[in-house]
Design a protein around this ligand. Structure first.
Ligand code: GLA
Length: 398
C-alpha cells in the first residue's frame, strides 16, 4: 500500500516503508464496456488492441448473473477473470516448447466458487482479498481510541476480510484497453460497517495483461473514515501442468520473515531467514525443506526493498521451463504452499486439488498490522488514496 499524502508509516525494526513512491494505476480506456463477444485475437485490423472477450460465468446462488472476461496478448497468454470476487479463474501460459497450459487453480463456473465444499475449506482460489488480507487477531483492533469488532471466520480470528470478504461479492466490471494491453477494471464499494470495518471504502482494481507477458494488478482505494486496508490476490499457481508444486524452485527477496504462533498470528518477532528453511534468498525447491516447517509454508516474508516496484520472488519449474517473476510495491509476501488443500475440490479439467497442488504469493502488508504498532501502518485515512501494484511476469528457461 502506498498512501499518496506520504503520511509517515510505522517502522518495523530497521524496515523503512516509503509511502511516497507512487505507482500509478494503468490509464483506463473508456472504450468498450459492453458485454459483446469480441474476437479472441487481441489486435484489431487497425492495429489497436481490442477489449477483452466477455462471456457468461453463470448465476450466483442469489440469482445474480456474473461474467467472465478473457484478456489475451500476442504471445499466447490468456487470463480469465470473473467479476464474482474479482477472481482469476484461469491463466494460460506457454511452456518452453511454446505450448500454452493452465498455471492457476480454478473452476469453469461460478458454482465452483460457491459450492459447500469450497466454502467449507475456504481456499480463496484466485480471488481479490479485502478489506484486510490475512489475519487480524481475535477479530478486533483499536483505532483512534475506539475498539472495532470484526466478523470472525478463522477460529477466534478474522481472515481475509471476514465472513463475506471481497472474494464473495460481485464487482462492477469494465473491460477495456490501455497502452500496455487488455484491461479489466473492477470497482466495489465496501459500506461503512461491512464485516465490522469503519468507513465507506471505494476500491478499484485494474488487471492488465501486458504485451511483455505480465499480469499486472493495480489496486487503489479511498475511504471516508480511517480504516485498516490490506488488498491482495489469492491466485494459486502451478507452473508444472498438473503435478504438485514441490519441484518448483523459488527465490524470495527477503532476509527476514514474521514468526507466527499456533493460530498463524505474528508474534512480533522478525526473524532472519539465514540458516533456516525460510531462506529462499537463493533458489530452493519448495519441497526441499518443507518437512522442517510444521504445516508447510504459510508465512509473511519481509521484502528487502520496500520502495517503488521491487522484487518479491521468482519461480522456475524445471519440467516445463516456465518462470514467474513477482514484483510489488508492498512490503510483504505471504508465501503459502496450499497446505490446507485436501483433495475434496476438483478443478475445471476434473483434476483433484490435493495438498500442495498450488502455491500463493500474496503481496501484502503484514498480517495483524492493526494490532502491531511496530509493523508498517495499514491505516487509510480520509483524503488519502491507497495505491498498490503487483506484477506476475511469465517466461521460459530452455
Ligand atoms: C492464506 C492464509 C492461509 C490460508 C489461506 C487460505 O494464505 O495465510 O493460512 O488461510 O490463505 O486457505
Amino acid at each position: 500500500m502506498k498512501i499518496s499524502s506520504c503520511i509517515a508509516s510505522s517502522l518495523a525494526a530497521g524496515l523503512l516503508l516509503s509511502a511516497c513512491n507512487q505507482n500509478q494505476p494503468a490509464k483506463q480506456a473508456t472504450g468498450n464496456s459492453s458485454s459483446s463477444m469480441t474476437d479472441s485475437a487481441q489486435t484489431t485490423a487497425t492495429g489497436t488492441v481490442a477489449a477483452p472477450a466477455t462471456t457468461s460465468f453463470g448465476k450466483t446462488t442469489d440469482g445474480t448473473e456474473v461474467q467472465l472476461y478473457t484478456l489475451t496478448n500476442a504471445h499466447g497468454l490468456k487470463v480469465s477473470i470473473t467479476n464474482y470476487g474479482g477472481t482469476i479463474t484461469s491463466l494460460q501460459v506457454p511452456d518452453k516448447t511454446g505450448k500454452p497450459g493452465e498455471v492457476v487453480l480454478g473452476f469453469a463456473n461460478v458454482s465452483g466458487y460457491q459450492s459447500p465444499e469450497f466454502l467449507k475449506s475456504g481456499p480463496y482460489f484466485g480471488a481479490l482479498i479485502g478489506r484486510y488480507g490475512n489475519r487480524i487477531a481475535k477479530g478486533k483492533f483499536t483505532l483512534d481510541g475506539k475498539e472495532y469488532a470484526l466478523a470472525k471466520n478463522n477460529g477466534e480470528n478474522t481472515l481475509h476480510g471476514g465472513k463475506k470478504g471481497f472474494d464473495k461479492v460481485v464487482w462492477q466490471a469494465e473491460p477495456g484497453t490501455s497502452a500496455e494491453g487488455q484491461t479489466l477494471k473492477l470497482t466495489y464499494l465496501s459500506k461503512d460497517g461491512e464485516e465490522g470495518y469503519p468507513g465507506n471504502l471505494n476500491v478499484t482494481v485494474v488487471y492488465t495483461l501486458t504485451a511483455d507477458d505480465a499480469l499486472k494488478i493495480d489496486y487503489s482505494a479511498t475511504t471516508d473514515k480511517a480504516t485498516p486496508v490490506n488488498l491482495t490476490n489469492h491466485a494459486y499457481f502451478n507452473l508444472s501442468g498438473g503435478k504438485d508444486v514441490l519441484g518448483h524452485e523459488v527465490t524470495i527477496a527477503a532476509d527476514r520473515y514474521n514468526v507466527v504462533d499456533a493460530g498463524l498470528i505474528p508474534t512480533g518477532e522478525l526473524r532472519p531467514v539465514k540458516g533456516t528453511p525460510f531462506d529462499f534468498t537463493t533458489p530452493h525447491a519448495i519441497g526441499e525443506r518443507i518437512a522442517q516447517v510444521p504445516g508447510g509454508y504459510d508465512h509473511n516474508w519481509l521484502l528487502n526493498s520496500t520502495t517503488g516496484l521491487h522484487a518479491a520472488a521468482t519461480v522456475y519449474e524445471p519440467t516445463t521451463g516456465r518462470t514467474m517473476e513477482v514484483t510489488t510495491t508492498e512490503p510483504g509476501l505471504q508465501f503459502y504452499t496450499g497446505n490446507f488443500l485436501d483433495g475434496t475440490l476438483k478443478g475445471a479439467n476434473g483434476q483433484t486439488y490435493g495438498k500442495h497442488a498450488g502455491f500463493c504469493m500474496e503481496t501484502q502488508h503484514f498480517p495483524d498490522s492493526p494490532n502491531q504498532p511496530k509493523f508498517p501502518s495499514t491505516i487509510l485515512k480520509p483524503g488519502q488514496t491507497l495505491k498498490s501494484t503487483t506484477t506476475y511476469k511469465f517466461g521460459v528457461r530452455q
